[in-house]
Design a protein. Structure first.
Length: 142
């Protein structure tokens, strides 16, 4: 994939974010902020047992934050808690190294590869993931 395509994918998720809005009856609602960039994020998570059956987000943020959140919601909807935890590990490796872990197809998330070279922007891309992790901790504690 070319860098132009990556840019187009990122901008598409920013301009037309997937799963944007609020859920009517979420199991868990969790908020995250990135004070360095002014990103504010609310995730609504709906679980059935150990499956994330629905996820949506609201808030405001930079293009990287909004696009990363949109990508996360598309990727993780329908996954089990175990699968979400595996993806969180994959994402952390990816954002640190700027490339996917061996054998892992990152899908649209691959468009965030350049963020690894911009340390100040890494928090923008990781905000939805750390916010989701807080939601998982709360859900598992119920």
């Amino acid at each position: 994939m070319s860098h132009d395509l990556y840019g187009e994918i990122l901008l598409d998720h920013y301009r037309l974010p997937r799963n944007h809005g609020r859920l009517e009856n979420p199991t868990i609602t969790v908020e995250g902020t990135n004070p360095l960039c002014g990103d504010e994020l609310t995730l609504d998570l709906e679980f059935t047992g150990d499956h994330l059956t629905n996820i949506s987000f609201s808030g405001r943020g930079c293009a990287i934050s909004v696009a990363a959140t949109s990508m996360l919601t598309e990727l993780l909807k329908g996954k089990t808690i175990h699968e979400i935890e595996e993806w969180t590990g994959n994402f952390r490796t990816f954002i640190r190294e700027g490339k996917a872990p061996d054998g892992v197809d990152m899908g649209d998330i691959q468009s965030l590869a350049g963020v690894a070279q911009l340390p100040v922007r890494v928090k923008c891309a990781t905000l939805p993931w750390t916010t989701l992790e807080q939601g998982l901790v709360r859900y598992k504690g119920t």
